[in-house]
Design a protein around this ligand. Structure first.
Ligand code: B3K
Ligand code: ZN
Length: 890
């Protein structure tokens, strides 16, 4: 008989907890092979509960109960009962003390949730529901308690950490010791953390704006001590920024980060003790790319910012996840924009959103940023909750303006400090502080799907008016067929032949006081609205959705000439980039049409006006080099696929390649000039400027490598061999690995062997080596991936290795993963079946590319579906995998 389908949890069923836990006293006694957890809870009936409860149900999973006592009385059979993942105690009084002793086995915990062992250390991951794997508890975010934690372990683990401040430490018998930590701030169990290990640390200090001294420590394995400086600098920048921009100060005497090699995601914001994936904390130029440096800065800031947006004010239930995640992503994104280039950061965020989040919104797992239901909450740490959630906050910030948004967040933090609240509470605080009516805006929280804007225009030469008619619609999603209109801010301007035109919008005042009146935000609230501009002396080209002011798809029939004007003249940097992407798409579409008609793409060429326009970008000294690099980078295969109704894998791949080759040939001189003027001996710096110049130079190299001339291939090999930083080394290696030219192939084999020989002891560098091979676009990559699974460098239990090899192949290598015979799909299903029991979260994440099966041709659909069905038929499917597979097949 099949096991019953796992239960769905609904937002509408939310009820306050029956009991509250005032204090939690934990005693975690770590031994080789097992850990004893004694947990003393001071419980009290919740005055807000509808009825006075007389029993208490605690959550617990994979625990061995050793003993249970209530107010000093040992409980016996009959006093309590076990549920599937719970323990219910009968006849519970108004207030009482409960002591549970449980035994757990961190060494055999492969799910990496709860307390587990990673290499030589013990560490925890409790969000969302991992604390129940440590002890029986009211494991829900609206139960906030004051924690005191005693950690006891052998002295071979000299570092013993938990949340809050250290209040005592000492010996605990032969070769053992203890440390007691107390966290004065009430918190939900998901923010609990504990670490025991042989760790080294760097230390610094920070003086808060009110003059309090905070000790900052980053703990790592001793071999990694030379890779912590960037994270420390980022942390201090983030602490200062949060004071300046949000008025938020840090609140404990110490802030700690611990780097762990086996970690399911990037990092975790546990109160005062952030635990990080090594990939998001360690960085040095020789081992880490520019993207890696930026990721460390962003993630360190993100986790730090959670101290207010997430910890001091937390979520009432997991449906409110975007309350803390969307807001915190918005905060970290603005921080990164302030640290580097605002336009560049915007382009990067939008690129991510429009490929991965838009695809999620159009697939079987689509959900609003505040979902209505889930089977496994781990499946809802999604691009939608995080990235679209951040876009929703960005729209609010822009609608309110800087001052009112700050008033709103101040009110939110003051009003709800120490509470577990809802997204509704957040919007209410913003509305109250600004006086704005945000009731229609709230639909962004409850309606899934990417709205589409269809824009038409009309220029009346006689009346000198220009009308923009904007229609909004939103495709149906699994849980909602008919959407009500959204409140959509559309930032815009009008371009004439000499640049931006002044805007005289009918019915509203021109703004010459705070601006030059060439930019404004239209607020679309109806299904269709017309905006009329007066005193327009020539037919303008509309610049729409500047800065990507809303997470929507915009359709306006731009001509190539319009786009070239926008790309070269728009005052908004984002719009210039967007125009470059539209132009790229037009060229790729032309190539796709030829490919689909079985015409050869050899010698495919581009119009002279397009080539000239790109050349002007390359020669425009006023532009940020990073923007030039992005404008010269064609839309990715993933983005083109997202836009397609039916994804034609080969047509997309070969057409994009053909356009790239055409650009390479047409602009070879400019690319050569850029490449050769770069001084490879300059010392590495992770500044925005240095990153920008490097990225443009490496874009130039990538184009030059498509020409297959010996000079470029040799230059690439030289860059691999002599590059003084990992960005340049990886850029060169990637080009060698992906080039069809025989000489490059020869170099690539030598370089791959050399690279591994040089870096085999640096796990994070080996991950890059795995990824570059898994991402190889040439034939036969799957065999190489299979061989790498057996390589000593691979570890099938380590999420970073799994992502670097299997993830990189299945998500970043469409032409090979989607190979027509379906072997890529079968390969992925094999991996998921194997991971299902070992690490359900990772297994479920890996499923994503198969869930998109409906977007492919009939043959691929059948092949993908067959693999999903094969997974579904597996016995003992985890809730995580079950939910994604069953929704995909529904
Ligand atoms: N809050 C954590 C994510 C936890 C994921 C649990 N499956 C990291 C972050 O978003 O900051
Ligand atoms: Zn977060």
């Amino acid at each position: 008989m099949n096991a019953p389908a796992p239960k769905t949890i609904y937002l509408k069923d939310y009820q306050v907890p029956d009991y509250l836990i005032d204090t939690t006293d934990l005693n975690v006694d770590i031994h080789d092979g097992y850990t004893l957890v004694s947990c003393m809870l001071a419980l009290r009936r919740n005055p807000a509960a509808k009825q006075a409860a007389t029993e208490l149900t605690l959550q617990g999973a994979d625990l061995e109960l050793v003993s249970l006592s209530l107010d000093g009385r040992l409980l016996e059979e009959g006093d309590y009962t076990f549920g599937e993942e719970s323990l219910t105690i009968f006849n519970t009084p108004e207030t009482f003390t409960l002591i549970t002793i449980t035994k757990i086995k961190p060494e055999s915990n492969t799910s990496l949730e709860g307390l587990y062992r990673s290499r030589t250390m013990y560490c925890t991951q409790c969000e969302a529901e991992g604390f129940r794997k440590i002890t029986y508890y009211l494991d829900r975010p609206d139960v906030m308690s004051e924690f005191t934690t005693k950690v006891i372990a052998d002295k071979k683990y000299p570092v013993l950490l938990s949340n809050g401040n250290l209040i005592e430490q000492g010996d605990a018998g032969e070769e053992r010791h203890y440390a007691i930590w107390h966290d004065p701030f009430k918190k939900p169990a998901y923010l609990f953390a504990l670490v025991a290990g042989d760790l080294a640390h760097i230390e610094d200090s920070f003086s808060t704006s009110s003059g309090r001294a905070v000790t900052l420590r980053i703990f790592v394995e001793p071999k990694d001590l030379d890779k912590c400086d960037h994270a420390m600098a980022s942390l201090k920048h983030a602490m200062r920024w949060d004071e300046e921009v949000y008025g938020r100060e840090y609140d404990l005497d110490i802030f700690m980060i611990v780097a762990v090699d086996d970690f399911n995601m990037g990092a975790m914001e546990n109160k005062g003790l952030n635990i990080f994936n090594t990939s998001c904390v360690l960085a040095k130029p020789e081992t880490t790319t520019d993207v890696g440096f930026q990721r460390v800065e962003g993630v360190v800031a993100h986790e730090y910012f959670h101290n207010w947006s997430g910890n001091r004010v937390t979520c009432r239930d997991w449906f409110q996840l975007s309350l803390k995640e969307g807001f915190t992503v918005y905060r970290d994104s603005e921080f990164s924009a302030d640290m580097g280039s605002r336009t560049v950061k915007r382009v990067e965020d939008v690129t991510l959103l429009r490929t991965l989040q838009f695809a999620e919104d159009a697939g079987p797992m689509a959900h609003p940023i505040r979902p209505e239901s889930y089977i496994e909450i781990s499946n809802f740490y999604t691009m939608t909750v995080y990235e679209k959630g951040a876009e929703v906050i960005r729209m609010l910030a822009n609608l309110l303006g800087k001052e009112n948004f700050r008033k709103g967040t101040d009110l939110y933090f003051d009003r709800h400090d120490g509470q577990a609240v809802t997204t509704e509470d957040f919007v209410t605080a913003l509305a109250d502080a600004s006086g704005r009516d945000l009731s229609q805006f709230k639909r962004w929280y409850s309606q899934a799907g990417t709205p589409r804007l269809d824009v038409t225009d009309y220029y009346d030469e006689d009346a000198q008016t220009y009308s923009l008619t904007i229609k909004q619609s939103c495709p149906p999603t699994p849980e909602c067929q008919n959407k009500l209109p959204f409140h959509i801010p559309i930032a815009m301007g009008l371009l004439g032949s000499a640049g931006d035109l002044p805007l005289y919008l009918q019915g509203s005042q021109p703004d010459f006081e705070t601006s030059d009146n060439t930019h404004r935000v239209l607020e679309l609230t109806d299904a269709e609205q017309t905006f009329v501009f007066e005193r327009v002396q020539e037919k303008p080209v509309p610049s729409l959705l500047r800065g990507f002011s809303a997470p929507v798809k915009l359709n306006y029939a731009y001509s190539t000439r319009d786009l070239i004007l926008l790309m070269s003249r728009d005052s908004d940097g984002f719009s210039r980039w967007e125009a470059s992407q539209q132009l790229g798409l037009q060229a790729i579409s032309a190539a796709m049409a030829a490919y689909q008609q079985e015409r050869s793409l050899d010698g495919f060429s581009l119009s002279a006006q397009l080539v000239d326009a790109y050349r002007r970008v390359l020669q425009d000294a006023s532009l940020d080099q990073a923007m030039v690099a992005y404008m010269l980078t064609l839309p990715s295969e993933a983005y083109i696929s997202e836009l397609a109704d039916v994804i034609d894998v080969e047509a997309i791949h070969y057409s994009r390649q053909a356009v790239r080759k055409a650009l390479a040939n047409a602009l070879a001189d400019d690319f050569t000039r850029i490449y050769q003027s770069y001084d490879h001996r300059q010392p590495y710096a992770a500044t925005a400027d240095a990153i920008a110049t490097r990225s443009l130079k490496n874009v130039a190299l990538a184009y030059l490598m498509l020409i297959h001339d010996e000079g470029s291939i040799r230059a690439c090999e030289q860059q691999y061999r002599h590059g003084n930083n990992m960005t340049d080394v990886m850029a060169a290696l990637t080009q060698l690995v992906n080039s069809e030219a025989p000489l490059a192939q020869e170099y690539s084999l030598a370089a791959l062997a050399d690279f591994f020989g040089r870096w085999q002891h640096e796990s994070l560098v080996v991950n890059q080596w795995l990824s570059v091979q898994a991402g190889c676009q040439l034939p036969d990559t799957l065999s190489r991936v299979r061989a790498l699974l057996q390589h000593s460098a691979y570890d099938g239990k380590n999420p970073n290795k799994i992502r670097s090899l299997i993830g990189a192949f299945c998500n970043g290598n469409a032409i090979n993963f989607h190979s027509g015979n379906g072997e890529g799909y079968a390969f992925l299903a094999d991996q998921i079946i194997q991971l299902n029991r070992q690490n359900p979260q990772i297994a479920s994440r890996l499923l994503t590319p198969l869930t998109k099966w409906k977007k492919y041709d009939h043959v691929r659909q059948q092949l993908m579906k067959a693999q999903l069905e094969r997974i579904r038929a597996e016995p003992e499917l985890s809730k995580d995998v079950f939910e994604v597979v069953s929704k995909s097949l529904a």
